[in-house]
Design a protein around this ligand. Structure first.
Ligand SMILES: [Zn+2]
Length: 333
């Protein structure tokens, strides 16, 4: 159990958090029969949000200990859409305040890594090494890290050999493998569009394996069924409201919310840019619509009485329009 002085200091630490950190949301203290604090569990709004998006897999890490090895900090951990470790919550067992600050540093460090990866995701698209429809269809869906795993599986499938073992109409059973490696059994239900493989990679990782991809290529199926593209691995993994266990929508940290909105919009516009830039007419139509939409957004911001983030976008924008239209016109001539 905890000394009264340490317990008071911890209470003070948590009482300060709502002011210093508006995202702080939930904590529980556990007391023993003598009313002495023994354990604390806490999670802030961002942790609850991350749990909502990525809570399909949880690990309980009790390896964190104080220097005297007597006090324990247990972390509830998961994996985000970039395959990075993320924190869902923490339990402090017979601990001191010194360790809370260390914990906050660990959380801040992991969130910084995620923000950097979000930024990289928003501003880049991985190279599609094998130019095929099945990869092109997911390159802007998956985060870069997961796309690379997917692409590695596809490359591996090129070297696999496929044989049909059983044909029962809409159910076909294949064996896929290499002469030197293991062979796996794939069952394909063409009626439901279901694939199962004995390697169970999709069940473990949430990304389809090389063996299933081999069947896709063999059957000339050009894209993976949406049910095999798990939202938790996509660029849109964090879209949608977060609801807590009582059914209430969680208010997240305003800065985190703004970052999330920005990432969502960039993801949407990134997809549009990717498609529209391939065709001159589609690009010009899209660009005209974008100019109109920018004006409408400016009008809406003005009507809401919100201060404009950029007071003079018009002149720069119109110069760009002339420049881009000039280039496209000369291309057509
Ligand atoms: Zn497999």
């Amino acid at each position: 159990m905890m000394e009264l002085g340490a317990a008071g200091a911890i209470l003070e630490y948590f009482q300060k958090l709502p002011v210093e950190n508006p995202s702080f949301y939930f904590f529980v203290f556990q007391f023993d029969i003598d009313d002495l604090m023994t354990n604390i569990f806490w999670a802030d709004a961002r942790m609850i949000e991350d749990y909502d998006h990525f809570g399909d897999v949880i690990t309980f890490d009790t390896t964190y200990r104080t220097n005297d090895h007597e006090r324990q900090l247990a972390l509830f951990l998961g994996v985000n859409h970039h395959n990075q470790t993320t924190v869902f919550g923490a339990a402090l067992i017979l601990d001191s305040i010194r360790f809370l600050e260390h914990f906050q540093m660990v959380v801040d460090d992991r969130r910084y890594s995620e923000t950097m990866e979000d930024f990289r995701t928003t501003n880049s698209t991985p190279e599609v090494i094998v130019k095929c429809e099945i990869l092109k269809a997911v390159v802007t869906e998956y985060t870069p890290t997961i796309f690379c795993i997917f692409q590695d599986q596809f490359e591996s499938s090129i070297f696999q050999v496929l044989t049909l073992k059983r044909d029962e109409g809409c159910i076909r059973v294949y064996e896929v493998g290499t002469s030197k490696g293991a062979w796996h059994t794939i069952t394909y239900d063409s009626l439901e569009g279901n694939f199962t493989c004995s390697c169970c990679m999709f069940e473990y990782l949430g990304v389809q394996c090389a063996h299933v991809m081999k069947v896709h290529v063999h059957k000339e199926i050009l894209c993976m069924h949406p049910k095999y593209i798990l939202k938790r691995w996509t660029r849109d993994a964090k879209m949608g409201d977060i609801v807590d266990s009582t059914g209430n929508i969680v208010d997240v940290d305003p800065k985190a919310l703004q970052t999330r909105r920005y990432a969502i919009l960039m993801s949407v516009y990134g997809k549009v840019a990717n498609i529209a830039s391939e065709h001159d007419k589609v690009f010009k139509d899209c660009y005209s619509r974008e100019i109109r939409m920018t004006q409408e957004v400016m009008h809406e911001i003005k009507s809401l009485g919100v201060k404009m983030p950029n007071p003079a976008p018009q002149s720069g924008a119109s110069e760009n329009v002339n420049e881009v239209h000039g280039q496209t016109s000369s291309t057509q001539q």
